[in-house]
Write a protein that binds this ligand. Structure first.
Ligand code: IPM
Ligand code: MG
Length: 368
């Protein structure tokens, strides 16, 4: 197939890890006979330094014109002093999500066979299997609601608005994903969605629960559904992560729980994400940030971005064979024992650099 992918390296480790993912996409294109047109565009602090805007008009236009977007990471101490609405996080990330209508954020978290010991959880908990998907609402709630300060600046507010329409459309993504995961599962169990809210306190959560329950009854009775308060969910994630299949939740709860979920898998450097809208192919990025402390050292883990490229192939282009091949190549390379420092056992094997790991994954892909 022929497709246009907008490449947004961004800041910190962004350019290094995106370069590895682009290498893999080029390799997939050659091996499977596709034509991917990949052009780079400035975003984040790097764009601010070049043109005074973390999301230049031309970058946004290129993302809208592309069939899919691959993003590295944005932000860093250099731009922390900018006004809140100009900072990379809000101006680049949140605006991109809003402008592209990316209301559903898919964040899979699993423990890879070769990395069981990297999880900080007890062996017997990890042995039960950790393989879950967080579906986070991405364009509503407190991050996008009205915000402000009192005139004397001693009180502040962030409104958390949600409509039934916003809840229903992301719930549908979660239920559909639960069904699809079962189709691909090695040992099928009934698809299950856990909807996470704070309905004992928040009115938006009560609407959330009502809406999810009604949609489930009307269209997804084959999927198991349970509801959990967010504080309990945070606890269950470390106590018994195997109980989760798909977690459906609002924007801020999903932001927090997905960082927690990443850590129980061993390293945030392993977790990809896909942000999807009603139309268009979406945006794909690692869930980790720009990690300015390790930028430019060649030690960042490129796997989260490479797996994001695999999600892009699967979700944006329907190329599931190609996506499987990339994921398998990652598994094979991990099984060979290659590790960047973040996933290396203390005192264990010698580690490899960002590009060495990328090269090894590419070689594993070609060999198949
Ligand atoms: C994430 C990040 C962003 C978010 C920040 C950088 C705005 O933490 O993608 O999880 O909160 O959504
Ligand atoms: Mg986050």
């Amino acid at each position: 197939m022929k497709a246009k992918i907008a490449i947004l390296p961004g800041d910190g480790v962004g350019p290094e890890i995106v370069a590895e993912a682009v290498k893999i996409l080029e390799s997939v294109a050659r091996r499977f006979g596709h034509d991917f047109e990949m052009a780079e565009h400035p975003v984040g602090g790097a764009a601010y330094d070049r043109c005074g805007d973390c999301l230049p008009v031309a970058t946004l236009a290129a993302c809208k014109a592309a069939d899919a977007v691959l993003l590295g990471a944005v932000g860093g101490p250099k731009w922390d002093a900018l006004a809140p609405e100009k900072r990379p996080e809000r101006r680049a990330l949140l605006t991109l999500r809003a402008e592209l209508g990316l209301f559903a954020n898919l964040r899979p978290a699993k423990v890879w066979d070769a990395l069981q010991t990297a999880s900080p959880l007890k062996d017997e908990i990890v042995a039960r299997g950790i393989d879950l998907l967080i579906v986070r609402e991405l364009t509503g709630g407190a991050y996008f609601g009205e915000k402000g300060r009192s005139a004397d600046r001693t009180s502040a507010y962030d409104v958390t608005p949600y409509s039934a329409h916003e809840i229903e459309r992301v719930a549908r993504v979660a239920f559909d994903a639960a069904r699809r995961r079962q189709d691909r599962a090695a040992s099928p169990r009934p698809p299950k969605v856990t909807s996470v809210d704070k309905a004992n306190v928040l009115e938006t959560s009560r609407l959330w629960r009502e809406t999810v329950t009604a949609l489930h009854a009307a269209e997804y009775a084959d999927v198991e559904l349970d509801h959990m308060y967010v504080d309990n969910a945070a606890m269950q994630l470390v106590r018994d992560p195997a109980r989760f299949d798909v977690i459906l939740t609002e924007n801020m709860f999903g932001d927090i729980l997905s960082d927690e979920a990443s850590q129980i898998t061993g390293s945030i450097g392993m977790l990809p994400s896909a942000s999807l809208g009603a139309s268009g192919a979406g945006l794909y990025e690692p869930i980790h940030g720009s990690a300015p402390d390790i930028a430019g050292k060649g030690i960042a883990n490129p796997v989260a971005t490479i797996l994001s490229a695999a999600m892009l192939l699967r979700h944006a282009f329907g190329l599931s064979g190609e996506a499987d091949a990339v994921e398998q190549a990652v598994a094979n390379v991990l099984a060979q024992g290659l590790r960047t420092p973040d996933i290396a056992a203390p005192g264990g094997v010698q580690t490899v650099s960002t590009s060495e790991l990328g090269d090894a994954i590419e070689a594993a892909l070609i060999k198949k």
